[in-house]
Design a protein around this ligand. Structure first.
Ligand code: 26W
Length: 807
């Protein structure tokens, strides 16, 4: 990439502003400057993009395609600048021109193309693949409305459409010439050819055009630019008729076509929502496979038998698993392969990652829906199922009685996870514990059948975005201390361990945290009007709102502290600011109740002068990638308190640790691996362990009511929910009360409450010893290198994909 000097950048910005907006730089708005710089960076990137494509074309390396319904890429301007090696110059150029760099960068609207961890992981993986020079690309959907924008009205979550494409998105390039046509529905006709093989034709299908928009994925200072291709749905023909009935029918039809790439996860609790989601999944899969095969054919000119040597497709959870029958369809119906050969090719191309064991997230689609939306795929899935079940019957008589659980089709539904396991050569979990649970509990019989398929790939995060970019001062301090090698080799962060007793360094570390906290405190004040004490412990829980993640346990601790302070205003505690960020799925009633509860507690606590500001509660609206970048560098304490066994991995835990926060958490997901690295002294572990959770479910020995009867603190909190919180005599939280007692507290919030409170007291004590705390913080940073997604991607590359770096 061209090396830019500050002067050249200043000139380029001035000239572009004049050309684009016919304005002098003094009159340009920050938003205009944002666009100008994006264009300058885009041009720099484009050269390397073309060169990378050329290189792939010449060397024909094996390619990885990461199929995902979600990519939470976050803002790209600053990260592209960083990866192009232009960030420092750009910051200086902007400052010289009188702009604040962070103000300019904040004019980028996050593309909210994901819900949470799974989508952000996909984005971190793209960053690592490009930075390590692996030929790996993302394929997803360009939802016109991403994740909703969250606003609190009266403490309730309300959802507004997130129209992120209102202004042009400067990073995408529309590639109309590479659009492909996708067929839905219709009837399948079957003919016997002369040679006895079968031919399938379709009639009365609904056709949709999948139009790709490409976003560059820039490697860190290595001139590699890979591609994230996002598909958008358009009508095949634009409406040209005059305004008769057909015109209006066509218009309506086009509207429903555009809905295909309209929203991320339309509510699938309804029949219509389910259908739309299946259509979206098929849309992604069909368009992507067409492109992958086209590319293979133009570069390789070899039989598709050799395809698995050149192509590997990673499916991100079950969402894209219709790719398996779709690939079979293409190989058989379009390429003329028989079943066995087609199956052999298919099962050597696909690899599946599981991200959750929660049964509600394991997709099952009603047979009749699949039959009507993708009739030919249904026939193929049916045959996959037949052959698979027969195979068990004959080759594994010991599993005969398990067939109903293992089958791809059962109870009139298609079990997408079973389909994904049967059709892939690799099945991986995302943290050690999670993979063990898959092998020994949730997918035990599959593991028995296919022991070699199962493997673990503990998640990771890109340290470039989450440390170098989000926390530049800390990154500089690290570089000043151990040199810059850690940037390319994050495991080198362990060299920091030599400094755990180094007072001056710890002091600088403390100062940086303090500055980050002040910055966040200012943001909080601006965003919410709440004044927080930047000397207080910043206790942070940021993640999707879900019962198993137990935001409720966290707020129970706050209510408990508040009750204590009301009883004893002189109680000595280290002041704390409880910071929350979370979106609830629009149809998830209980999660929304928890949001309202946290907001209500916040307004009570923050306005009660009698507790003298010892605790404050802040719930920041609209949690997304760019908000995470503001919060994480300022976190002291990272809340990772899921019911053990439920959080597949977690990645927020890694981000906060890398920024020097200490974790309070259960032995769940990647917390266990964090604990094993940093040691018991440098993490706060509490609560039931995964085996105990399983035991309690199995034995039925748990009684939430007993705890309610015997623990006064819990009785007080629950009664407050039932009868109205202090000063709030409405009883709108009684559902939470009834749920916990009536459903016997399925996530063990009451069970873990006591040890959680006790462990929080240890946190309070530990925070008082500043130097010790800072040294724990440094130890966490020093061990965070393992959680760079570079390590994860290297493991995928050698352990699953069998791909090599391009140089
Ligand atoms: C059926 C639709 C659906 C879609 C998304 C169900 C569930 C989801 C979740 C948002 C999936 C998800 O984000 N899982 C998270 O994946 C992370 C990356 O592996 C893990 O770190 C988290 O533990 C896991 O909850």
């Amino acid at each position: 990439m061209t090396k830019w000097t500050v002067e050249q950048l200043v000139d380029a910005i001035i000239q572009h502003t004049e050309k684009e907006y016919n304005k002098s730089i003094e009159d340009a708005t920050p938003e205009e400057v944002y666009y100008v710089i994006s264009q300058i960076v885009s041009r720099t990137i484009n050269k390397s993009w073309q060169q990378t494509e050329k290189m792939y074309h010449q060397h024909k390396p094996k390619q990885v395609y990461y199929l995902s319904m979600e990519f939470l890429i976050g803002g790209l301007l600053e990260s592209n600048l960083l990866n192009c090696g232009m960030r420092d110059q750009c910051n200086q150029a902007l400052t010289r021109l009188g702009f604040s760099p962070s103000d300019i960068y904040s004019h980028e609207h996050d593309p909210g193309l994901g819900n949470g961890g799974l989508g952000r992981l996909a984005a971190c993986f793209l960053d690592s693949m490009a930075s390590l020079a692996y030929p790996g690309h993302g394929l997803g959907i360009r939802y016109r409305y991403g994740m909703f924008e969250q606003r609190f009205i009266n403490g309730y979550q309300t959802e507004l459409p997130d129209y992120w494409l209102k202004n042009p998105y400067p990073w995408e390039t529309k590639k109309s010439e590479e659009a492909v046509e996708i067929q839905f529905g219709g009837n399948v006709n079957m003919f016997k050819r002369r040679d006895g093989s079968l031919e399938f034709t379709y009639e009365n299908t609904d056709n949709v055009l999948a139009v790709p928009y490409d976003v560059p994925v820039v490697g860190y200072k290595n001139k590699v630019v890979n591609t994230l291709r996002l598909w958008s749905a358009e009508p095949v023909n634009t409406v040209t008729q005059t305004k008769n009935d057909d015109y209006y029918r066509e218009l309506e039809n086009n509207h429903s076509i555009e809905q295909l790439s309209g929203f991320l996860y339309p509510d699938d609790s309804t029949e219509e929502g389910k259908k739309l989601r299946i259509k979206q999944q098929y849309f992604l899969v069909a368009a992507s496979l067409k492109q992958i095969l086209k590319h293979y054919k133009t570069t390789e000119r070899k039989s598709l038998i050799h395809l698995p040597k050149k192509v590997v497709i990673q499916i991100n959870d079950t969402h894209p698993s219709l790719a398996i029958p779709e690939f079979m369809r293409i190989l058989m119906d379009e390429e003329g392969f028989g079943w066995e050969k087609a199956w052999d090719i298919t099962t050597n191309v696909f690899a599946y990652t599981n991200h959750t064991i929660l049964s509600e997230a394991l997709e099952k689609w009603p047979i009749d829906m699949i039959q009507s939306i993708v009739p030919r795929l249904y026939m193929i899935i049916d045959e996959i199922n037949e052959r698979f079940c027969q195979g068990i019957w004959f080759d594994h008589p010991e599993l005969r009685d398990k067939i109903p659980k293992l089958a791809v089709i059962a109870d009139d539904q298609i079990h997408m996870a079973n389909l994904a396991i049967v059709g892939s050569f690799s099945v991986n979990g995302v943290a050690k514990l999670h993979t063990d649970i898959l092998k020994n509990q949730e997918m035990k019989d599959f593991y028995h059948l296919f022991p070699d398929r199962f493997n673990n790939k503990t998640n990771g995060i890109t340290h470039r975005r989450w440390l170098l970019m989000a926390n530049p001062k800390l990154a500089d301090l690290i570089t000043d201390t151990i040199g810059p090698k850690w940037i390319k080799h994050p495991r080198e962060l362990t060299h920091l361990l030599r400094y755990v007793e180094d007072r001056p360094l710890l002091e600088k570390l403390g100062q940086i945290k303090q500055e980050n906290k002040q910055k966040l405190a200012n943001y909080i004040h601006k965003a919410t009007g709440i004044l927080v004490d930047d000397q207080s412990i910043f206790d942070v829980q940021i993640k999707r709102l879900h019962e198993y993640k137990r935001q409720l346990l966290n707020i129970f601790h706050v209510i408990y502290l508040y009750n204590e302070l009301k009883d004893n205003p002189h109680l000595e505690i280290v002041p704390r600011t409880f910071i929350f960020g979370a979106k609830a799925a629009p149809s998830y009633y209980f999660a929304k109740e928890v949001i309202k509860l946290i907001n209500t507690v916040a307004s009570i606590v923050n306005h009660d002068p009698s507790i003298k500001g010892k605790i404050k509660v802040v719930f920041l609206e609209n949690y997304n990638v760019s908000l995470a970048e503001k919060i994480i560098p300022a976190a002291d304490l990272s809340e990772q308190i899921s019911t053990a066994s439920k959080e597949a991995s977690g990645t927020g835990n890694m981000k906060m640790m890398m920024n020097g926060a200490l974790t309070i958490g259960t032995l769940d997901g990647a917390n266990i691996e964090i604990k094993n690295l940093v040691g018991d002294q440098n993490i706060f572990i509490f609560g039931l362990r995964s085996e105990q959770v399983y035991e309690l479910y199995d034995s039925g020995a748990y009684s939430a009511n007993d705890i309610y009867q015997n623990d006064e603190r819990i009785a007080q909190i629950l009664n407050q929910l039932r009868d109205g919180l202090v000063g709030h005599h409405d009883i709108e939280f009684k559902d939470i009360y009834y749920h916990l007692l009536g459903s016997n507290d399925p996530y063990f919030i009451l069970k873990d409450f006591d040890c959680y409170v006790e462990t929080q007291q240890l946190v309070d004590q530990a925070y008082r010893y500043n130097n010790k705390w800072l040294s724990k913080s440094l130890i966490n940073i020093a061990h965070a290198g393992k959680f760079s997604s570079d390590r994860t991607i290297q493991e995928y590359a050698t352990g699953i994909w069998n791909v090599k770096e391009i140089f």
